[in-house]
Design a protein around this ligand. Structure first.
Ligand code: GNR
Ligand code: NI
Length: 167
């Protein structure tokens, strides 16, 4: 197992639309493990492949308090969503900034699990928010896109300043 480097906003690689996984096989499993290790250490509740420079549609998630409910979603899709809900969001690619984002409160999701088995489930609250955040990453979107341009530019300038200082 090894920790992976997380790309930071405004890295252009975070803007790519990731490619669907054509075939799930065990060669992905060590990548999932490295992504969980990276996410738990950060710490965060989700991590999309694009955040570690992998141009494919999968994400690891764990919103449990005990960090004992790892969830791998491959080619995830939101089938439907109901009710809007605001939640304070952060992103490991936008360190040090939290803002309220409006998303579906409750969603139905289809995806493949780590074995390639189809999943079809409903969820709400933090998990629903997190899945919508991760699918945004796979589409090249970041939560700062929902903020005013003024706020987004302020965040970008600060992160670029930190990058130049070598952090
Ligand atoms: O750690 C994270 N917390 C979080 C909080 C509310 C909604 C979404 C998230 S995801 C984020 C980790 C991350 O950047 N995933 O891409
Ligand atoms: Ni994120």
């Amino acid at each position: 197992m090894s920790q992976l480097e997380i790309l930071k906003f405004p890295d252009p690689r975070l803007r790519q639309v990731a490619k669907p996984v054509a075939r799930v096989d065990k060669s992905y499993w060590s990548t999932f493990e490295d992504m969980f290790e990276t996410m738990y250490a950060a710490p965060g509740v989700g991590l999309a492949a694009v955040q570690v420079g992998i141009d494919e549609r999968f994400t690891v998630i764990d919103v449990s308090d005990g960090r004992e409910e790892p969830l791998v979603l491959i080619n995830p899709q939101i089938i439907s969503g109901t009710d809007a809900c605001d939640l304070e969001e952060g992103c490991l690619s936008v360190p040090g900034h939290q803002e309220s984002v409006r998303r579906f409160q409750s969603i139905r999701v289809q995806a493949l699990d780590k074995d390639g088995k189809p999943l079809d489930f409903e969820c709400d609250g933090l998990l629903a928010h997190c899945i919508q955040h991760e699918i945004d990453h796979l589409d090249g979107k970041l939560f700062v896109d929902y903020l005013s341009r003024l706020k987004r530019e302020r965040i970008r300038k600060q992160l670029e300043r930190e990058l130049r200082r070598g952090r």
